[in-house]
Design a protein around this ligand. Structure first.
Ligand code: 13P
Ligand code: SF4
Length: 334
């Protein structure tokens, strides 16, 4: 979270008073000076959303000043994909990374889909190409290809079906084959392999945020009464230390269902800040690993992209059709 020492201009009293109820909600996570810095953008974005007939979707890893103020729809990758499909507004702004914006465009192609920074990528998405899939299919003829949504539209189009961390085990089990090619996350793949009778062929991709956690780190941070939650993109020695493993939405659900009051959250750092706004009675600890790609999205960039209606997410029509087939199969659970 950015912090400021001083403001160069006097705070706007009208804006401050108009947004006071919103600040009350987020004040534990955003300093008064940062709030003053963010307010002009928050106000401009609210106005531009109405003018452009736009909705803002934000992933659970977005910074608190985006997630808790300008976002209309929030969630994990699966929820954002499902909800993007139902958007009626003319414009979708994806506050997340590029593959999420592509997914929104593929599932709701008549809308203008914007991403505030086109360079918001993902190490998993970078790790594999459609050509790699072609070569794997030659090596394992007949084996279906299940691909994590954290991939480009071209990779999705070369796959049979997509999955997210929320449904990966179910999608693999739904395949009518003893051998399944599962791409590209080797850690999510290992997690799924331990929960299915299928033989999985894995790729070498990894999330640059989650692969940095270690089992030793979790052991050093664990204290009595603390519930440890981890994302399945973490290495196996981390997952074996966790009381619960799941997607970002599943972790949030587990905290509510378990009634935990002290939580060690092993995932991207902003998620704990966002959950702390909703669950002020839960004490969160976490090693602070931030995703540099998610961090590319800022309030000024959201404002600019709504003002200019750019950058627009564009995908080749044939790629879009192929990727939609794989995504729709996932949404149908097969
Ligand atoms: P989920 O929100 O689907 O768990 O995804 C985590 C992630 O790393 C997204 O980039
Ligand atoms: Fe990709 Fe990891 Fe960042 Fe998610 S957190 S966008 S998987 S690099």
């Amino acid at each position: 979270m950015a912090t400021m020492d001083r403001l160069d201009v006097a705070p706007d009293a009208d804006l401050t008073s108009h947004y006071a109820p919103l600040y009350e909600r987020v004040q534990q996570r955003i300093s008064p000076l940062d709030w003053q810095l963010h307010l002009p953008s928050i106000d401009a974005i609210s106005r531009l959303k109405r003018e452009r007939n736009a909705v803002i979707l934000a992933h659970n890893y977005q910074a608190p000043e985006i997630f808790n103020t300008v976002a209309d729809i929030t969630g994990d990758s699966l929820a954002l994909a499902r909800l993007a499909m139902d958007v009626q507004a003319d414009v979708i702004v994806m506050c997340g990374v590029h593959f999420m914006a592509e997914t929104a465009k593929i599932l709701n192609p008549t809308k203008t889909v914007l991403i505030p920074d086109l360079a918001a990528g993902c190490s998993l998405s970078e790790s594999i190409t459609a050509r790699d899939i072609e070569l794997l299919r030659q090596q394992y003829p007949g084996a279906p290809v299940v691909t994590y949504v954290n991939t480009s539209a071209a990779v999705k189009a070369a796959s049979d079906v997509c999955c997210t961390s929320a449904n990966a085990v179910d999608i693999v089990n739904a395949q009518d084959s003893d051998t399944v090619i599962f791409l590209p996350d080797r850690y999510l793949g290992a997690y799924v392999a331990a929960r299915t009778d299928k033989k999985l062929v894995l790729w070498h991709g990894a999330c640059e945020v989650h692969e940095r956690f270690t089992g030793a780190q979790i052991r050093s941070l664990r204290a009595p009464g603390v519930r440890v939650l981890a994302h399945p993109e973490c290495p196996p020695d981390v997952l074996s230390e966790a009381d619960f493993v799941g997607s970002t939405a599943a972790m949030s659900g587990d905290i509510r269902a378990s009634g935990a009051t002290r939580v060690l959250l092993i995932t991207e750092c902003s998620m704990a800040d966002n959950l702390a706004v909703e669950l002020p009675n839960v004490e969160f600890t976490r090693p602070c690993n931030l995703c540099p790609h998610m961090r590319r999205i800022t309030l000024p960039k959201i404002e600019q992209c709504l003002r200019e209606l750019s950058p627009v997410v564009e995908i080749d029509a044939a790629v879009m059709d192929g990727a939609r087939r794989a995504l729709k199969r996932m949404l149908d659970g097969r």
